[in-house]
Write a protein that binds this ligand. Sequence first.
Ligand code: NAD
Length: 260
Amino acid sequence: IKPAFPGRTPMLETKGRLLTGAAGGIGRASALAAARAGARVFVADLDAAGAEESARLVRAAGGQAQAAGCDVAQAASVKTLVAAVVAAFGRIDCAFNNAGIEGSPAPVASLEEDDFDRVIAVNLKGVWLAMKYEIAAMLPHGGGAIVNTASIAGLVGTPGYSAYIASKHGVTGLTKSAALAYASHGIRVNAVCPGFIETAMTGRIFEGQAARKEGLIARIAQGRFGTPEEIAEAVVWMCSDGARYLNGHMLTVDGGYVAM
Ligand code: NAD
């Protein structure tokens, strides 16, 4: 196997990693950071062209990457994806289940049923389906590491985005359950809980609402939104052997927002 990024510490050298929701934002930054640390990455997204562009960026930086389209809310699509990763790399050592949608800003009583169902299907069922097939692929190889993307919205509530809040609280529960079920099989399962990060998602949420965004920034201890790279660095560590005793943990990376 050709070493990616020659000269760098081969922390994850030769390890095969699957990342979902990796056409941009936190997922793309994590693909680049994982490849920089030596992992071979397989990037997947509903936006197949965006996933292919992430893979191209990894290869342009000297890493190894493949890409595929996938709808994490569809069992057949996730099953096919995991089989493709195993075919490409022989195994899955690490998985970053990151695909997510924000849904509508509606509070509970004005949320539409379709909106609730779609957010839960992508953010919660999608994480369950990904883990279901990833864990099955990891078990014969003595284990692995899984990181799910929850959110500070999985730790505290807001009046709006109620389906999103529910879905991310669900991800924290699924993460803990999986961590307990598979610890003895050598599989660690953790969740990253990003605060407000500059991505397309927050671009949509705060579009035309500069004053609201400024008000929020005033409540972040570090006085700014985070970058996708700041989440990616945490995810690379969570997947690495350096985090070998981290399990069932929700790692908040939010510039101090929840602590306030
Ligand atoms: P983003 O919109 O750039 O990334 C989300 C990605 O998920 C997109 O590429 C999208 O195409 C993909 N996706 C959506 N539905 C999918 C599906 N059914 N199957 C496969 N892929 C699908 O936004 P982001 O901020 O990078 O979000 C990444 C994750 O981080 C999400 O789970 C989000 O909820 C979470 N998060 C984001 C923030 C933030 O402030 N940006 C904060 C906390 C958590």
